[in-house]
Each structure stands twice: as C-alpha cells, then as structure tokens.
Write a new protein. Structure first.
Ligand code: FAD
Ligand code: NAP
Length: 518
C-alpha cells in the first residue's frame, strides 16, 4: 500500500487564483450540492472500487480510465476516480471529462481555484502516479542543509527568464537584534509586499515582487521575542526584518533552511499559506450582513493590499472548505482614522450570511475567541496613480472591494476630481453602510453615491431598476473629454458580466475597466 501524505490546502505549488475570466457553472440536479457530496463521502461507500487500497498508477493505466463511468484524473501526482463526483461538480461533467485519463493539474489550476481537492476527493483517491527515481540536484548543498547551515543565496531554476531579477538575502546581528535583509532590486515595493509569519519553529518571510514570490523559510537557530519590525527602504528596494533576540548571545548561523527556502517562483506556483486568526467581534450591519473582526497572530505581519482578497478556511463536517472574502476597513469615514497609520493587527470583513449556504452559516456560528484560518492575499487589482474620475459599480456584497478603494482614493489620490459609487441592492434594508456613505458624500465634495434598488418599498424615492445601458450612460460622465477614468465593477457574476458588456458598448476601453470576478 502506498503511503500518501496528507497535504495542506492549497498544496505547495498549487495555483489559488481568482482569475479575471470568470467561469460558468452548470445547474446541478437536486441533491447534488457540495454538502450532499460531503455527506456521500462520509457514507462509507467505496468510491474507488479498491476497498480502501491505494495503488501505484502507470501512465498506460491512467489512459485507460477515460470514460464518464470510469474516469480517473491525476492532480499533482495523485490519481482520483472522479466518476462518483461527476454530478456534484459545479463546472459540469464536460469540464471534468476534459482531463479524463490524463494529468489534469493545469486544467485544475485554471478553474478550480479554491477547491480543496485533497480533502474533497480523499475518498476517491486511487493512489500515486508511478514516478521515475530522481538524483538529488547537488549533493554538497544537501549535506550543508543536513548539517544545519544555510547555503548562500540561490534561486530556484523554475524562474521564467522574463521574470523580475532574483532577490537575495543576508543577515547581521547586534547584541540584541538579528536583522534579515532582503535585497529585492525593485524600487516600488510597499510594506504590504512582505508577509512574515513566525510560528513555533518556523520563520517565513514571503516577498511579492510583481507576479513572483520570494520565500525565506527557516528554523531559526535561537529563540526570538514575539514582536519584530518590518521596514521597506523603497529607494533601494531593501526590506529589513529586525528580530529581537530572547538572549543576548551571538548567533553563529541564522538557522536551518525549511521547505522552499530561498525560492523565487511565479506566485501562482507558490501556494497559499494560512495562519490561524482569532474572532474578536461580530456586529450586525444589515439584517443579513455582519462585520467580522479577526486578529492576526502576534508573529504575523500581513497587510491585504487594496482590491485584493484572502481565503477563509473552516473544517465543515470533517472537510476543509475554503471561500474568498475581501477585507474592508472598519469604517468608511477617513476622519476617524489617522492616515498612514493603519492598525495592522486586525482584519475586517463584511460578510453576508446565506441561511442555505455552506460556509457562511458556519462562520456565523463561531464564538468570540474561535479561530479561523486566513490565507495570504491574492488578486490582480492595481490602482493607477494618475486618475481624474473613479466610478464604482457595486451590487450587494460586491461593495466590499470598493471600501478600501474608496478610502485609498479619497485619502491618497490628489489628482481625483470625481469618485462616484452606484450601489445596487434589492431593498433599503440591504444597503450596507448607507448612512456612512451619505455622510461621506456630504463631507467630501468629490464623492457621490447613488443607490439603485430592484425591489424597494413604496416609500423609496430613488431609482428602482437593474443595471442597464441608460442607467450607466447617465452615471458615467467624464469630468472632461480626456479625463483618465477607472471603472470598478463587482457583484453577482451575471450582474458583472452584463455591466462589462454595457461598458464596452459605451466605448470604455479594457484598461479603463476592472472587474472583480470569481
Ligand atoms: P453557498 O453555499 O455558496 O450558497 C450561496 C447561495 O447560493 C445560497 O443562497 C444557497 O442557497 C445558494 N445555492 C448554493 N448552491 C446552489 C445550487 N446548486 N442551486 C441553487 N442555489 C444554490 N462575500 C461576502 O459576503 N463578503 C466578501 O467580502 C466577499 N468577497 C468575495 C471575494 C471574491 C474574490 C469572491 C469570488 C467572492 C466573495 N464573496 C464575498 C462571496 C463568498 O466567497 C461566498 O461565495 C459567499 O459567502 C457564499 O458562501 P456560502 O458557502 O455561505 O454559500
Ligand atoms: P444580491 O443581494 O443577490 O444582489 C444585489 C443586487 O444585484 C440586487 O439588486 C440584485 O437584483 C442585483 N442583481 C443580481 N443578479 C443580477 C443580474 N443577473 N443582473 C442584474 N442585476 C442583478 O447580491 P449578494 O447576495 O450580496 O451577492 C453579491 C455577489 O458578489 C456574490 O455573488 C459574491 O460572490 C460577489 N462578490 C464578489 C467579490 C469579488 O471580488 N469577486 C467580492 C464580493 C462579493 P435582484 O433583486 O433582482 O436579484
């Protein structure tokens, strides 16, 4: 029997990205929801036909299992019998069949972003692909690692030739401090480009440079205190992480390299790292939407860039479920904050609870003090620096990315003449932070908000409709003919898709539109 290691989600090198293309779902038959699948996997039914045995699968064998009722797929070296899963697959049978009898890793990475396949398909595991033995790359390097020494900076050869220049690192010490210095050779780095996690024996510092990830991952040779500081020296592209020694002794080496230490790989191949955060508060915002506040562990430095999301992970009836959420600031009104001095210990989320949903009812059940796993940030949004007009089109919780964008734009973008939000909801009761938005529009003359409702009460005096060409052409007026414009759109997928079509028809260019899609 093969010994298949249990892997964390997402597995190292898995691609956990929400692409901008979106993905169509097919209607599932009744009784074929994700929850139904979880129940099926717990039923004790033999889903592989192998009675729990794991086998080693050759390429020839894999190829034979290419029919709907006998469909094996290999993902990252593990082979699954996906036939029992066909009817439960949100992307439909045809999508699964594209990888039938073959290695579906690339296809999986393109579309199954947050599906925790190791957990979801564990009862369908046939075994591992038979692999040819490989020779260690560098015997001397292996030996150094075993001896507990750090090899001099090196970069994995998976780096694409056209990628950014490889970073390197070094370290130095004083009596009380050990400072790790990362030389990124990039000048536009911000503090949110560095994510540090120090837990137990592992010290991780991940630096995001364009679409690449540079990882320092070591077991430190000595103990350090809980708090550390991270500094980015922008003009030279240098990052300094200053660790406080627990004892003022001299360190002979920094520590022992751990998995993927000193690697520089495309971000999509780096996998997502999760840390456990504590639920600090949960407040009602509307009848179905709550503001959740999570506290990062003390050994973590993480700031979620504007327009990016993270994944939250919970174990639901024994299966790890992961869903994306977009952090917000705790309020919309910049006057309550000290600009440039964000409180980095807390992450806030506005989350709508769907009573029939899989994840949000579980999230809603959490008690203050409970732990939720939070991933590192993902997303492709970048706000252009020189903009005159910023238009935000949001429906329901599609408002969440707009919160930080609004905050950022109104505080930092002096070129802006106009920021307009059109916020689509069903009823008056569904509008998130209505009074804050109205107050902001009152206080900041550059900002304007318009609420559009699809099913308001009879008292509603505002617009009652859905997104439409007439509505958008009236709303999206440039402040001048040549003004630089950005339109952000987010909401239910059909809403966003329709909005994009209308925007193209109204002659806005691709570069002027950013859609937040799943
Ligand atoms: P689901 O189980 O997905 O169900 C949602 C609804 O669909 C329920 O009403 C359910 O009854 C219905 N449903 C489920 N399956 C079916 C079916 N087969 N047929 C018919 N109806 C069905 N949400 C937020 O609230 N805040 C955020 O900040 C946020 N950020 C996001 C960021 C990104 C990048 C993306 C892609 C999504 C974001 N979301 C956000 C949405 C979030 O990820 C979840 O989709 C949402 O919370 C619903 O999860 P759930 O498991 O509770 O519901
Ligand atoms: P909702 O309450 O169902 O809908 C909000 C408004 O949008 C309502 O007025 C609704 O009209 C309208 N609408 C819905 N579907 C439409 C369509 N096909 N065409 C035109 N208008 C439509 O919204 P929600 O439950 O909060 O859902 C928010 C969505 O945003 C979720 O799907 C979530 O995944 C997504 N989201 C994405 C991100 C991201 O970054 N990608 C971030 C946050 C949220 P009706 O009353 O007629 O339904």
């Amino acid at each position: 029997m093969l010994n298949v290691p249990s892997q964390s989600f997402p597995a190292p090198s898995s691609q956990q990205r929400v692409s901008s293309e979106g993905r169509s779902k097919v209607p599932l038959k009744p009784g074929r929801s994700l929850m139904d699948w979880i129940r099926m996997t717990k039923s004790g039914k033999d889903l592989t036909g192998l009675k729990g045995r794991l086998i080693e699968v050759t390429e020839e064998e894999l190829k034979k299992h290419n029919k709907k009722d006998d469909c094996w797929i290999c993902i990252r070296g593990c082979v699954y019998n996906v036939s029992p899963y066909m009817e439960y697959h949100p992307g439909g049978e045809d999508e699964l069949m594209r990888a039938a009898g073959s290695d579906g890793t690339d296809l999986f990475d393109q579309v199954h972003r947050w599906v925790n396949y190791e957990s979801m398909l564990k009862e369908c595991l046939i075994g591992r692909m038979a692999v040819k033995p490989t020779v260690p790359k560098d015997y001397h390097e292996e030996k150094k690692i075993l001896n507990g020494m750090l090899p001099k900076s090196q970069v994995t050869d998976t780096l694409a030739k056209e990628g950014p220049i490889s970073p390197s690192y070094d370290w130095f010490q004083t009596a009380s401090l050990v400072t790790i210095v990362i030389y990124t050779k990039q000048k536009d780095l911000k503090l949110d480009s560095v994510i540090v996690d120090h837990q137990y024996d592992s010290f991780r510092a991940e630096t995001i440079i364009k679409d690449y990830s540079y990882l320092i991952h070591i077991e430190l040779s000595h103990e350090i205190q809980e708090d550390f500081s991270v500094r980015v020296i922008q003009n030279v592209g240098k990052i300094e992480i200053a660790l406080k020694k627990k004892e003022n002794t001299s360190w002979e080496c920094l520590g022992r390299p751990l998995e993927n230490h000193n690697s520089f790989v495309p971000k999509k191949d780096a996998g997502l790292y999760y840390r456990k955060c504590q639920l600090i508060s949960k407040e009602d915002v509307t009848h179905d939407t709550k503001l959740f506040c999570l506290m990062l562990p003390p050994g973590t430095h993480l700031q979620v860039p504007t327009g990016q999301h993270v994944y939250l992970k919970l174990t639901i009836t024994g299966t790890e479920i992961v869903k994306p959420y977009t952090p917000v600031s705790d309020s919309l009104l910049p006057e309550f904050k000290e600009p440039g001095f964000p409180d980095n210990r807390y992450i806030y989320f506005l989350i709508k609870i769907y009573p029939a949903g899989l994840f949000t009812p579980e999230l809603d059940q959490l008690q203050i003090g409970d732990l939720v796993s939070v991933s590192s940030p993902e997303g492709s949004f970048k706000i252009p620096q020189e903009l005159e007009d910023l238009f935000l089109l949001a429906a329901g919780t599609g408002f969440t990315p707009m919160v930080k964008i609004l905050n950022y734009a109104l505080i930092n973008m002096s070129s802006l003449r106009k920021v307009k939000l059109m916020f689509f909801n069903k009823t008056e009761d569904d509008i998130i932070w209505r009074s804050q938005l109205e107050k902001l529009a009152f206080n900041d003359k550059r900002f304007d908000v318009e609420f559009v409702l699809s099913a308001p009460t009879s008292e509603w005096k505002g617009k009652k409709e859905h997104i439409s060409p007439g509505l958008l052409s009236e709303f999206l007026k440039r402040s001048s003919d040549k003004s630089r414009v950005l339109i952000c759109i987010c909401g239910p997928t059909p809403f966003t898709e329709q909005g994009i079509r209308i925007l193209h028809d109204l002659n806005f260019s691709k570069d002027e539109i950013h859609s937040f899609t799943a």
